[in-house]
Write a protein that binds this ligand. Structure first.
Ligand code: UT7
Length: 322
């Protein structure tokens, strides 16, 4: 069995918050944010608009792209660290919004690496017969967990959602080349204090705010992302130089540039949406991939590497033929 991406979609909230608007909230400047991160603007969810609303819109777009309806799918996985509620899972809320009374739905929490972890899990379930068609969604409202007095973090994040529809295909019966070729995920809990949220149901009974030692996270991110992509490609028996497109987690343009330099990637091979989306955590990879598919850069048959790095630390890569 192979797990093949049949559709992709995304959704961004309407409100565009520019760096100029940000500089009215904290002591910062458009020049500093652009120079240190490449971010020009980010989207912020409206009052009363929740992670499930963003994820639902992205799921509908992926279904429509695949020419399918909710009746055709039997699994929903949502990668998020900003669920609507502590429980039930945001995936079950989206299941209800889609009018789905069958199948199963659950959330995955691996912070910014959530979509890669989700790809890892969806691939395993689809290939082993655990589901036939899954919608994998990365959806976040990080604006709700930011400390809006901390200029070192609040300027970096945004809200959004992206989704893919993945189908299990028997490659003995259908001659398909497309599909997820390999996924490789890692974590190292020793570094959890470098990027975390200082609240939670069990410890504080509050939601808490995001805390980060930015420059230390930066160094780990560059090293670990470069290594996990090398490992993923090697395990798949593919050379980095044979890969057409790289869709990275969109945390900071300087991280994208440093990783590209280490892996000697060709100019223009790395999909970047960080200028307009900022860091949307688990949503950033599918949002960036959707952009590159819709504008015609990523085409059917292309070899694509996805990667992400986030709190935990967690990190990982997924290699696929689109
Ligand atoms: O998605 C999960 C993964 N997350 C990441 O990968 C984020 C990784 N980290 C980063 O992207 C960068 O470390 C940051 C963008 C967060 C910070 O960039 P930096 O080059 O590491 O700056 P820094 O934290 O070392 O701060 C440099 C200076 C400090 O001032 P002093 O102490 O040198 O006087 C900060 O106070 O920049 C100051 N600063 C700001 N100035 C204006 C920090 N934030 C801001 C700001 N506006 N928003």
């Amino acid at each position: 069995m192979r797990a093949v991406i049949k559709g992709i979609g995304s959704y961004l909230p309407e409100h565009v918050m520019t760096n100029a608007e940000m500089s009215k909230i904290v002591e910062t400047s458009d020049a500093w944010i652009q120079e240190r991160t490449g971010i020009q603007e980010r989207r912020i969810a409206a009052e009363g608009q929740f992670t499930s609303d963003l994820g639902y819109e992205a799921a509908k777009a992926a279904l429509s792209d695949a020419g399918m309806t909710a009746d055709d799918i039997d699994l929903i996985i949502v990668a998020t660290s900003t669920p609507d509620l502590t429980f039930p899972a945001t995936a079950t809320i989206i299941q209800e919004k889609l009018g789905m009374k069958h199948g199963a739905a659950f959330d995955i929490q691996a912070v910014c690496s959530g979509f890669i972890y989700g790809t890892h899990v969806a691939n395993a379930l689809l290939r082993s017969g655990g589901a036939k068609r899954a919608i994998l969604i990365g959806a976040e409202t990080f604006s709700r967990i930011l400390d809006w007095t901390d200029r070192g973090t609040c300027v970096l994040f945004g809200d959004g959602a992206g989704a893919v529809l993945i189908e299990a295909i028997d490659d003995a019966q259908e001659n398909v080349e497309a599909g997820i070729l390999h996924t490789f995920v890692r974590s190292d809990g020793r570094h959890r204090d470098m990027l975390y949220v200082d609240g939670g149901p069990s410890r504080t009974q509050t939601v808490g705010h995001l805390r980060m030692l930015g420059n230390q996270v930066f160094k780990h991110a560059v090293t670990d992302i470069a290594q996990v992509m090398r490992d993923c490609a090697e395990r798949a028996g593919v050379k980095i130089s044979d890969i057409d497109w790289f869709v990275p987690h969109q945390a900071n343009q300087r991280i994208l540039n440093a990783v590209a330099k280490r892996l000697k990637l060709r100019p223009g091979q790395v999909i970047s949406t960080v200028a307009h989306h900022a860091n949307t955590s688990a949503a950033s990879v599918p949002l960036a991939m959707d952009r590159a598919v819709k504008d015609g850069r990523i085409k059917r048959g292309d070899l694509v590497m996805l990667e992400a790095f986030g709190g935990g630390f967690t990190w990982g890569a997924a290699l696929l033929r689109y």
